[in-house]
Write a protein that binds this ligand. Sequence first.
Ligand code: DOR
Ligand code: ZN
Length: 366
Amino acid sequence: MRLDLPRWFDLHTHFRQGSGTAHYIADHLAMGCAGVLAMPNTRPPVSRISGPTTEQAWSIESYRAQLLNAGADAFEQLIVPLYLTHDTDADMITRGVSSGLLRAAKYYPPHGTTNSEHGVPMTEWIGSDVLRAMEDLGVILCIHGEQHGLRGPDYFDRNQTAESLFYTETMPRLVEKHPTLKIVCEHITTASAATFVRSAFDHVAATITPQHLMFTIGHLVQGLRYHLYCLPLVKFDADRSELREAVLSARQSKFFAGTDSAPHTDKLTECACAAGCYTGGCAPQLYASAFEQAGADLSTATGQDAFSRFLCTNGPAFYGFPASEKRFALRREPSHPLPFSVEGKEVVPLPHGLGFDLDWSITIDD
Ligand code: DOR
Ligand code: ZN
């Protein structure tokens, strides 16, 4: 079987900084990716609009320039959101929009995930001039939706997780105060988040990663397969079912691809594990398998329509840019992405880390 598709968009990925960036970008191009939103949780963070890089911050302008230099000029779209920190003010939003550099801003829960220590709690943003300016000027708010600072039993339990708490308690307050703010709920993992997004206004959407459509917490803890450790954590089967239903629902326009591909050169530390799954080079193959596991028949028009909406067209429509006119194809033929070295350390793609082969391969005809 062969699926011919428009080139797709990854509206949530991590290209980092330094010598690995060119490899990560090349992996994205090699999987038929036409454009990306490259996350700002770099070191230092992307927390200014323009100007040179300093010890404290990249600017969107300077970070984009380093990505373009490392091969990202081949993308049709390159969005870098502004990291919302204590330094962000409404004037920065206005200037950012007039300069054409600011299209989105990212909320990180303080200390909730990789390089998120510059984040400011959502309760401080709700009702702020910054979010009002974003709302007025159409800047998209990308949200890492997990309640931060919780103790173990509140962080992850059968009936409640940091994410479900965020979507049942915090998000309703956010959308009530900012009813016209465009929001992308990033890498959602729970039934609570999926339900919130489905019942919210049309200008509230979500990205979903391949791993959250494919795996559950059982896959992670059985053998402690740490390559599957990312944040938010993979969840329960009932959560995965809701995510699958969301992406397969007829003519849906709210859910789209955002891999959260997150390379780590030091995945295991002495007493912890860095959060993030690297899916550069293999994300469409994983998404195709995930859709099939969810019950989609990709040989039919209905299955292909659902897949293409999710991977190729819903994201551009939400962000307000055209879908790609170029094409790529998925062939049902096994492949196996291999680890590679960055600065003498290994980055391990998710399928290799979990010891399985991909069912699909990519063809790009120029
Ligand atoms: O698993 C994750 N990895 N989740 C995030 O929110 C950040 C990302 C990273 O940057 O490594
Ligand atoms: Zn991310």
